[in-house]
Design a protein around this ligand. Structure first.
Ligand code: FAD
Ligand code: SF4
Ligand code: SF4
Length: 422
């Protein structure tokens, strides 16, 4: 077994370099890892790529027997669900991103032998923010997958090890691009058909290429070398935890202007239309949960019966709360649309590196928005709409040939709700 895992690491590294090269050539590729697999032709992997086939549509219909309803504003944003609520582990796992619901579910699935292995990521040794793919089957190795790696990550490359080992029941933890591509591949090609694949999804947006990460972190934090954990929070601030336990809070408004340029994100992530990971059996995020001091409330979207099975494994360990917050956020989205559309059009904007709103003013703005702005499901609604509008105009202006294929139909309905041009 060891040998197989090591071999697939070597092929992953080669494939990853190729993918990063593709990024530089401005092609749409999120380095999901499928193309670095050598057990089948790379053309078969590319044929299942979400950036070849587009988001949702047929894939959603295959999984749920229907596409999301265009008459249901909540389903258009959050996707099809059986149940949604907020929760946290009664005993949060140290080192996890929030309370560790994902890691705990994966460990329990292995303990109960629902799966033989878990495909996910571990931290690159010695690096808090970089990832290396893993097929984990011991509880220790699964535990070591906890925590975010906020860079494009080749999760799917570990499918090669699971396939070569003949595993029949596997869990994949991934972002939406991973799960779209994996589900398409499993259906279109024979290799993984005999494998039952259970999926846990993270919401994902604004991910970055690892080559850009140091540059970005340096502009976000006063002490990039000691940063070890980071999250974009519902209080309109980035919370950056440092090795000594201190938390640096930077209001979004006080980030340098150059970080608002679309080119800091990979073209693939700017062409992403499934923030809330709608093809996962269960999505575990935080964006629709209340942000409360000293709590780690998360937002759970159970989508399929498999998701219900996974949730049941940790039911006793969860403190549950209903969703909260008002749905309405129209005026907040509308305040930003003109600026978003303009910035998606401009391709060569010059920025002064020192151009930023001072921290005191940024904190004042974040404090005011935290009081009057959307909360709970309203904040999730705002964030989904903001990103889908941004991405629609990104693709329209920068990859117009991809617009028809990539954009799912509910996006146009939402643009029409805001009176925005197609
Ligand atoms: C780039 C990025 C952006 C995100 N944006 C949002 C957001 O806007 N709103 C929201 O609600 N949630 C977002 N999340 C998810 C959120 O931060 C937490 O990961 C999630 O709520 C699970 O928390 P947990 O404590 O249960 O996770 P843990 O138990 O710590 O497990 C996290 C799991 O996610 C996997 N993972 C980490 N990084 C990646 C990656 N780059 N690609 C694939 N898998 C990964 C880990 O390997 C691990 O299996 C984002 C995550 C990432 C990586
Ligand atoms: S996103 Fe994945 S499937 Fe698509 S080209 Fe990149 S590595 Fe291949
Ligand atoms: S933002 Fe979208 S394309 Fe980029 S890594 Fe996340 S899910 Fe994949």
């Amino acid at each position: 077994m060891e040998g197989l895992i090591k071999n697939s690491t070597t092929s992953r590294d080669t494939g990853f370099a190729e993918r990063e090269e593709k990024q530089r050539q401005n092609e749409l590729c999120s380095s999901c890892g499928l193309c670095s697999i050598q057990a089948w032709p790379v053309t078969e992997s590319v044929s299942s790529c979400v950036f070849t086939n587009g988001w949702l549509g047929e894939r959603e219909k295959k999984l749920f027997g229907r596409e999301r309803s265009l008459d249901n504003p909540v389903e258009m944003r959050f996707g099809i669900t059986l149940e949604r609520f907020t929760a946290q582990l009664k005993n949060p796992l140290p080192g996890s991103q929030w309370s560790g619901i994902i890691t705990r579910m994966a460990m329990r699935a292995c303990e109960e032998q629902l799966v033989e292995g878990v495909i996910s990521l571990q931290h690159t040794p010695g690096h808090h923010f970089f990832s290396q793919p893993v097929l984990a089957w011991s509880l220790d190795d699964i535990y070591a997958t906890r925590g975010n790696k906020p860079v494009l990550s080749p999760v799917l490359s570990s499918l090669e090890s699971a396939y070569r080992l003949g595993m029949k029941k596997v869990m994949v933890i991934g972002a939406a691009c991973h799960l779209h591509t994996m589900r398409n591949f499993q259906e279109q090609h024979e290799y993984l058909r005999g494998m039952e694949i259970l999926t846990i999804g993270i919401p994902c947006v604004d991910n970055v290429a690892r080559s850009k990460w140091p540059w970005i972190l340096k502009r976000m934090s006063k002490s990039p070398d000691t940063a070890c954990h980071m999250e974009f929070m519902q209080d309109f601030r980035i919370h950056i935890r440092h090795l000594d336990g201190s938390v640096e809070k930077v209001p979004f408004f006080s980030l340098p202007e150059e970080l608002s340029d679309p080119s800091i994100f990979p073209p693939a992530c700017m062409s992403c239309f499934d923030y809330l990971n709608s093809l996962a059996d269960i999505t575990v995020g935080y964006i629709g949960a209340k942000l409360l001091p000293r709590q780690k409330r998360q937002w759970i979207l159970v989508r399929t019966e498999t998701g219900q099975r996974l949730l049941k494994l940790i039911e006793e360990e969860l403190e549950r709360f209903p969703e909260s917050g008002k749905w309405e956020c129209r005026s907040f989205v509308q305040n930003t649309t003109k600026r978003i559309i303009e910035s998606m059009k401009e391709t060569h904007k010059e920025y002064s590196p020192n151009s930023r709103i001072p921290l005191w003013l940024g904190n004042l703005l974040a404090g005011a928005l935290g009081m009057i702005g959307p909360k709970g499901v309203g904040f999730a609604h705002y964030s989904v709409d903001f990103h889908l509008i941004r991405h629609y105009y990104y693709v329209k202006f920068r990859h117009p040939e991809k617009l028809e294929k990539l954009v799912p139909r509910h996006v146009r309905v939402i643009l029409a709700e805001y009176g925005l041009p197609l």
